[in-house]
Design a protein around this ligand. Structure first.
Ligand SMILES: Cc1ncc(COP(=O)(O)O)c(C=O)c1O
Length: 371
């Protein structure tokens, strides 16, 4: 079975993780700073705080941005659930608006129209690694005095039309390093902070609110245990060394899929880069032809040795969100349409040409001759 994802783990990863294991410094050791500074210089930024997950990073980032109980935070319903949940952790309310049908990112116009007196923040997501329209969100934030946090969890390797690296425009932004990501630490994440003081606060909050000198004598703010351990950071350091190669591998597979699946009637492929924006390839998600039975397609693909996954669902239609906020079908038609047709194909750097061909042939067959 061709799996959906597989991390690239080689001798270097084994060496650094083992070395760290044997060093006895398993948490808050030297690998933490090494990974943070390596990641920061890779992005071309200065202050990075590595944390236990992307979700933890989002939580700390919106706290640093100044979210408060009762606030409305504008975000996208077409995302992984954590980008909306993080507002709830702080007693704020995620307010959704519809997405752009080409990029599948939150529409900046819809976001502007959704701002009210209760809105205090914007949380755009670079979905599937395609850059969200940050210049528009930065203008909106400035015009309406809103805070701005970028969810760049899926977007390592992406770039904006103006040449800036996704997640490194000077806003608070968050990356994630789960095992299917462009770079993995097993579990892990990182917050990019515009200032040294911001990093200091986030470093403290990830570590139970310990005072900046990290002594045990005082906890001067509320904190969490959102630490990432040194074994994970060692893995991250090794992964950083091969990041270019891994990103190139993903781009190669995406190009092969693009060629192999071109011209299939009704099948929508991930949008091509446009206007200078560049996707950081994370997943390869297609939208099946309208009317095709997606569940049956998943089964048929499995029968042909290919794992696929329905990806993503609309957040506002999750039962928790329906019950808590009264959301219903039809609120965000573009998002719902995409969510009802989208299917993730196997996607990782070491997918061979033959495996890609097997996936392409299987999908073509399933679409041509549905069960
Ligand atoms: C868009 C987005 N936001 C947030 C997260 C949360 O990251 P993690 O799973 O590391 O908590 C993810 C990870 O899958 C994601 O894709």
């Amino acid at each position: 079975m061709i799996p959906l994802a597989r991390p690239v783990i080689g001798a270097r990863e084994e060496e650094l993780v083992l070395e760290t294991l044997r060093s006895g410094r398993l948490s808050l050791g030297p690998r933490l700073g090494e990974f943070e500074s390596g990641f920061a210089s890779r992005l071309g930024t200065e202050h990075v705080s590595a944390v236990s997950s992307g979700t933890a990073g989002l939580h700390l980032a919106i706290r640093e941005a100044g979210v408060e109980r009762g606030d409305d935070v504008i975000t996208t319903p077409f995302s992984f659930v954590a980008s909306a949940n993080c507002a709830l952790y702080e007693g704020a309310r995620p307010v959704f608006c519809d997405i752009d049908p080409r990029t599948l990112n939150i529409s900046a116009e819809a976001a502007a129209a959704a701002v009210t007196d209760r809105t205090t923040g914007l949380l755009p997501v670079h979905i599937f690694g395609y850059p969200a329209d940050m210049p528009a969100f930065e203008r909106l934030a400035a015009d309406r005095a809103l805070w701005l946090v970028e969810d760049a969890c899926e977007a390592l390797g992406g770039a904006h039309a103006d040449g800036s690296t996704v997640g490194a425009r000077g806003n608070l932004s968050v990356f994630a390093f789960y095992a299917n990501k462009q770079l993995t630490t097993g579990e892990g994440g990182a917050v990019v902070c515009p200032s040294a003081e911001g990093k200091e606060r986030i470093d403290s909050e990830r570590n139970q609110g310990r005072a900046p000198d990290m002594g045990w004598l005082d906890h001067d703010r509320l904190g969490f245990n959102y630490r990432i351990d040194d074994l994970s950071c060692a893995l991250g350091v090794a992964q950083l060394e091969r990041l270019d190669e891994m990103l190139a591998g993903r781009a190669r597979v995406a190009a092969l899929y693009g060629e192999g699946l071109a011209g299939v009637e009704g099948l929508a492929l991930p949008c091509a880069d446009e206007g200078g924006d560049r996707r950081g390839w994370f997943v390869y998600v297609v939208q099946l032809p309208p009317g095709l039975d997606r569940d049956a397609a998943v089964v048929a693909m499995r029968e042909r040795g290919v794992d696929t996954k329905l990806y993503l669902s609309a957040i506002h239609l999750f039962s928790f969100y329906r019950e808590r906020f009264g959301h219903r079908e039809g609120e965000f038609p573009v998002c719902e349409g995409v969510a009802s047709r989208s299917l993730a194909l196997p996607f990782f750097p070491e997918l061979t040409d033959a495996e890609v061909e097997q996936v392409v042939e299987a999908l073509r067959a399933v679409i041509d001759r549905p069960a």
